[in-house]
Ligand binder design. Structure first.
Ligand code: ARG
Length: 439
C-alpha cells in the first residue's frame, strides 16, 4: 500500500505508520483530491504525456471512486498514509496498471497544496454566506426595534441610542469580516499544481491549463513558494479569529442583557438551557458557548503560526499539522455564525425595560451641556455646570428633566423653558443618531 516502498529494506514500524497517518483528518479533502487529479490527467493527455485511452481509463476510475464514496460503498479508512495514498491505491485496485500513471509529473507536495487551496476557497464562500445570513438577522431585528436604550462606555450609562443602532454596529463589524475573507480568497486564488515536489518536473506540463480547469486565476509564480505556502490558511484563520472576536463581544452583550440586572432581552427558549438543580434557571448557553469557542479558534491560529515558524523551504512534514487547526477553526466559525443568526432572529426585546433604563443615569447630561453651549457658554464651563447639576440630582434622587426651571436657573442663568424639549430623550435621538442619517 506504500507509495514509496521501493527504496526501503525494512517494513515501516506500526507505531510510525499510525503516527504518520493523516487519513482520519484529511479524508474530508477527497472531493478536492479527485477534482485535482481529474484536471491533472486531462492536462497530461493534452500535453501528450499520457494517451487518451489511458486518460479516459484513469478519469473513469476516479469518478467511480467518488461515486462509491458518495454511495457509501467505499469507506475512507484503513492503513493508508493520507487521502492521496488512499485514492491512488484504490484507483490501482480498480483499473489496474494504468492507475500507476496518475502520479506522473506530480508530487504529493503540489497535490496536497492544490487540494487545500480548493477546499479553502470552497469553504470560505460558505463563511461569506453564513455572514450574510447573520447580517440579514441583525438587520431584520434592528429594523423591528428602533427603540431607545442606554448606550454605554466603560459599561456605564452614557448617552441614549437605539437598539437598532446598537445591533447595526455588529452588522458593520461582520461586513468588514466578509470583505476580509473575500480579499483573502482573491490572494489565495493561484494554483500550485505543477510545482512538483519543489522544482517542477522534467515533463513538459501545462500549469496554465490545470489552473484554468480548477478555476484558479493563474498558476503560482514560484515553484518552491507554491508548495511551501500556508499563508492563505493563516490569513483565513486570522479572519475567523476576528469574526469570533466580534461574535464573542455580541455574545457577552446578549448574556449581560438577558440577566435580571439588565433584563433588556430574552434569548428564546429554543437556544437556552436549564439547570439540573435550580428549577427557575434559564441559561444563555448558546451565547456562552460562542464566547467560549472563540478561545479554540484563536488557539488554532497560534498553533499553525507556531508550526510554520522557522520552517526551511520547501515542504516539511510539519506542514501536515496545518489541517486539524484549520478544519477546527473553520467548522467552529461556521457553526457559531449559524447559531448567532438564529439567536438574533428569535430573541425578544424588552422595550419597556430599555426605555426605563434610559431615564436613569443622566443620559441627557451631554445634551444639557450642548444646550448651554448654544446659549453662549464655553463648553468646558458648561461641562462643569452640568457636573454640579448631576451631583444635585443624585443628592435629591431626581433626573435632570425632573428639576424645576427655578432649580435649573440657580446653576446657570441662561437656562430657559425650552430646556425641557432639548433634553427630552426622543429629541436627543432625533438630533443625534437620526440627524446624522446613520442607522
Ligand atoms: N499528508 C501530507 C500532508 O498533508 C501530504 C504531503 C506528503 N508529502 C510528503 N513529501 N511526504 O502534508
Amino acid at each position: 500500500m506504500k507509495l514509496w516502498g521501493g527504496r526501503f529494506r525494512k517494513e515501516e514500524n506500526k507505531l510510525m505508520e499510525s503516527f504518520n497517518s493523516s487519513l482520519a483528518i484529511d479524508k474530508r479533502l477527497v472531493y478536492e483530491d479527485i477534482t485535482g487529479s481529474l484536471a491533472h490527467i486531462k492536462m497530461l493527455v493534452g500535453s501528450e504525456i499520457l494517451t487518451e485511452t489511458e486518460g479516459n481509463k484513469i478519469s473513469e476510475g476516479l469518478h467511480s471512486i467518488l461515486s462509491d464514496i458518495e454511495n457509501e460503498d467505499l469507506l475512507i479508512d484503513g492503513d493508508y498514509e493520507d487521502i492521496h495514498s488512499f485514492v491512488e491505491a484504490n484507483l490501482i485496485e480498480i483499473i489496474g496498471e494504468t492507475g500507476k500513471k496518475l502520479h506522473t509529473a506530480r508530487s504529493r507536495n503540489d497535490q496536497v497544496a492544490v487540494d487545500m487551496r480548493l477546499y479553502a476557497k470552497k469553504k470560505s464562500a460558505e463563511v461569506v454566506e453564513a455572514i450574510e445570513f447573520l447580517q440579514n438577522s441583525l438587520k431584520m431585528k434592528a429594523d423591528e426595534n428602533p427603540v431607545m436604550m442606554p448606550g454605554y462606555t466603560h459599561l456605564q450609562r452614557a448617552q441614549v441610542v437605539t437598539f437598532k443602532h446598537h445591533l447595526m454596529a455588529y452588522y458593520e463589524m461582520v461586513d468588514r469580516d466578509k470583505r476580509r475573507i473575500k480579499n483573502a480568497m482573491s490572494i489565495l486564488d493561484e494554483s500550485p499544481l505543477g510545482c512538483g515536489a519543489l522544482a517542477g518536473t522534467t515533463h513538459t506540463i501545462n500549469r496554465g491549463m490545470t489552473a484554468k480547469a480548477l478555476d484558479f486565476e493563474k498558476p503560482v509564480n514560484n515553484l518552491l513558494d507554491g508548495v511551501s505556502d500556508r499563508d492563505y490558511l493563516l490569513e483565513l484563520m486570522s479572519c475567523f479569529s476576528i469574526i469570533m472576536m466580534h461574535l464573542s463581544r455580541l455574545s457577552e452583550e446578549l448574556i449581560l442583557w438577558s440577566s435580571q440586572e439588565f433584563n433588556f432581552i430574552e434569548i428564546d427558549d429554543a437556544y437556552s438551557t436549564g439547570s439540573s438543580i435550580m428549577p427557575q434557571k434559564r441559561n444563555p448557553d448558546s451565547a456562552e458557548l460562542i464566547r467560549g469557542k472563540t478561545g479554540r479558534v484563536y488557539g488554532s491560529l497560534i498553533s499553525l503560526l507556531t508550526t510554520m515558524k522557522g520552517l526551511p523551504l520547501a515542504y516539511n512534514k510539519d506542514m501536515q499539522e496545518d489541517k486539524e487547526p484549520f478544519f477546527d477553526s473553520l467548522d467552529t466559525t461556521l457553526s457559531c455564525l449559524e447559531m448567532m443568526s438564529e439567536i438574533i432572529a428569535t430573541l425578544k426585546v424588552n422595550k419597556g425595560n430599555m426605555k426605563k433604563a434610559v431615564k436613569k443615569g443622566f443620559l441627557n447630561a451631554t445634551d444639557l451641556a450642548d444646550y448651554l453651549v448654544k446659549k453662549g457658554v464655553p463648553f468646558r464651563d458648561a461641562h462643569g455646570v452640568v457636573g454640579e447639576i448631576v451631583i444635585y440630582c443624585e443628592d435629591n434622587e431626581k433626573g435632570i428633566e425632573d428639576l424645576s426651571l427655578e432649580e435649573l436657573t440657580s446653576f446657570s442663568a441662561v437656562i430657559d423653558e425650552d430646556i425641557y424639549e432639548y433634553i427630552d430623550y426622543q429629541n436627543s435621538l432625533n438630533r443625534g443618531i437620526k440627524k446624522l442619517l446613520v442607522t
